[in-house]
Design a binder for this molecule. Structure first.
Ligand code: UD2
Ligand code: MN
Length: 576
């Protein structure tokens, strides 16, 4: 379990930093100048093709393709092969000043070629994988609000350079009411000079990334929609494994491994293929280590598609018709956040499959902070979006969300009847089904006796995590009835948990720690006796007791003596 911890990364949104190793390998360039659609093949050639192909695609929707050639590094240019860029010391002041515009080092980005080369970061087993000769084409949809020129256009160029041309139908840029001059006429003129069809759409007024993506999707001509953020770099061979998987089963929603482009140096850093998407009680998306169960299902093959409980949200491909069949997006969501979990739950619960394809890599600039405004307030918007996810998809587990987010109760959810009707219409399964079958490792317990605060009879104070991390002591504080750090679940597996952490004791006496839940009983097994009102530690037989005078915020483990100081009440006044 200690090993597991080192793989977890703390994130806000998807701002998680991960590191890894990569190999550098540059191949010879090939001649490469097909035009879009040139190699569209008719029914006859498909019949004669030995490849199996999906019946859901018509012959006219499949294209013969060849891999795009590697981008050759240019000697002497900064950032080639994904190397970090260091800004000279004398320019550091300006660099820091400009950093705040986009919350990444735009000076570094600006001096890197829009066509820069990248290392081939794929696992060896990916490099000689073969995919069907005929695949559906895709349109790339990139939404942006006030994006920097160089990151936006490097995203576009990486798509152009590294996508098999006949499979790349077009690139659709959706400007979500940016306030930067260069994103106006200049951008429109620039994209006309590009070697593939690139169109610029404008939302007119700020609509948020969800509605901006819906606008982009409406104009898609390809068979598959691929969404990207506006600060990405697609790596070699990124597209064909995604499209091949969808061709195999059009109800599969597929994500690349999202590598890290450093926000400081723009170094391209390979992400682990051993992480998948999860979420916590607050409904934040988070990366967790892939459990052994999923490794076994894949026969230990790290190049095989990885079934992920959730996706990060920004980078994925989906069959266009399936995108609409399964309910596209919730138009009631504003600006940023929540849509990634919404789509994840919806896909799984309504009969689809969500996968990370380890042979597909795309880099993304992860930021610590958001650079743009959230009209109406960040927390209000993010809580509003998350509440819609909880209300529509999570059944009684929505309680965890409300209990954990003081303040969420007072944020209006808006009208969710259409989304609930969608859930009915598609005969989607319950959230219990999702937790049992797709995400048994989830932080949300499947069965629990109690969710609320835990109050000591004598001191009338409540157990409190004080927002502390795994490995630190459990605290005790006046009961505020606001939820959050004072919310605990007492589960059928005898855990007393708060989000990712469980009450844990390794000694007969002394303080109790918060430790990442491992679900294996042991030091984390407790029994609450409703009559005695005691919380007994199974391993040691000791009881949880009020603090002694030396530190009134530190509950202790002591031999059970049926004293009132060892009595706890699990009966919440908290309302959600
Ligand atoms: C992640 C996702 C992002 C989205 C978000 C949750 C990745 C790599 N990124 O956050 O795609 O799912 O979680 O909502 O998985 N934008 C607009 N209008 C707005 C706000 C944002 O067009 O009002 C654009 C923005 O310019 C960017 C994209 O939406 O291109 C995603 O925004 P972000 O980069 O701030 O999100 P990120 O990566 O923190
Ligand atoms: Mn992003």
């Amino acid at each position: 379990d200690v090993i597991i911890l080192s793989f977890y990364s703390d994130c806000i949104g998807t701002s998680c930093k991960r590191t890894g190793e990569y190999e550098v390998e540059i191949a010879e360039p090939l001649v490469y100048n097909n035009k879009i659609g040139d190699e569209n093949v008719g029914a006859r050639s498909i019949e004669s093709s030995s490849m199996s192909f999906p019946l859901t695609y018509k012959p006219q929707q499949l294209y013969r393709w060849r891999p795009a050639p590697s981008v050759t590094p240019v000697k002497g240019l900064p950032g080639e092969k994904g190397k970090p860029v260091i800004i000279p010391a004398e320019e550091e002041g300006l660099m820091k000043e400009k950093f705040t515009i986009n919350q990444f080092n735009v000076m570094a980005s600006d001096i890197i070629s829009l066509n820069r080369s990248l290392p081939d970061v794929r696992l060896e087993g990916c490099k000689d994988k073969t995919y069907p000769k005929l695949l559906p084409s895709t349109s790339i949809v990139i939404v942006f609000h006030n994006e920097a020129w160089s990151t936006l256009l490097r995203t576009v160029w990486s798509v152009i350079n590294r996508s098999p041309r006949p499979l790349l139908r077009e690139i659709i840029l959706v400007d979500d009411a940016s306030e930067r001059d260069y994103l106006g006429k200049k951008l429109e003129e620039y994209v006309k000079t590009l070697p593939v069809s690139v169109i610029v759409l404008r939302t007119g007024k700020r609509s948020g990334l969800i509605r901006a993506r819906l606008l982009g999707a409406k104009h898609v001509k390809g068979e598959v929609i691929t969404f990207l953020d506006a600060h990405c770099e697609c790596a070699e061979g990124w597209l064909e494994p995604l499209l091949a998987r969808i061709a195999d089963n059009r109800k599969t929603v597929v994500c690349p491994i999202i590598d890290v482009i450093s926000d400081e140096t723009f170094e391209y850093i390979t992400a682990s293929d051993m992480t998948w998407g999860g979420f916590n009680w607050k409904l934040n998306f988070r990366w967790y280590r892939v459990p052994q169960r999923e490794m076994d299902r894949r026969g230990g093959d790290r190049t095989a598609p990885l079934r992920s409980p959730t996706m990060a949200g920004g980078l994925f491909s989906i069959d266009k018709d399936y995108f609409y069949e399964i309910g596209s997006y919730d138009e009631g969501m504003d600006i940023w956040g929540g849509e990634n979990l919404e789509m994840s739950f919806r896909v799984w619960q309504c009969g689809g499959i969500l996968e990370i394809i380890p042979c597909s890599h795309v880099g993304h600039v992860f930021r610590d902070k958001s650079p743009y405004t959230f009209p109406g307030g960040v927390s209000k918007i993010v809580l509003h979006n998350a509440a819609r996810v909880a209300e529509v998809w999570m059944d009684e587990w929505r309680d965890f969300y409300y209990a954990m987010n003081p303040g969420a109760v007072n944020v209006p959810v808006g009208n969710v009847s259409e989304r609930k009707a969608l859930r009915e219409k598609l005969h989607c399964k319950s959230f219990r089904w999702y937790l049992e079958n797709i995400y048994p490792e989830s932080q949300m317990p499947l069965d629990y006796y109690y969710l609320g605060d835990i109050r000591n009879v004598v001191t009338q104070t409540c157990l409190d995590t004080m927002g502390r991390k795994s490995g630190e002591n459990l605290g005790l504080n006046y009961c505020h009835n606001m939820g959050g750090n004072q919310i605990f679940a007492y589960t059928r597996r005898q855990q007393i948990m708060s989000d990712d952490n469980c009450l844990d004791a390794s000694q007969k006496y002394g303080p109790v720690k918060l430790v990442r839940c491992h679900g294996m009983g042991g030091n984390q097994a407790w029994v609450y006796d409703e009559d005695e009102r005691t919380i007994k530690h199974v391993n040691t037989g000791s009881c949880l007791q009020k603090p002694d005078k030396s530190d009134m915020s530190l509950p202790l483990l002591r031999p059970c003596d049926l004293s009132r100081g060892q009595q706890w009440i699990m009966k919440s006044k908290f309302k959600w």
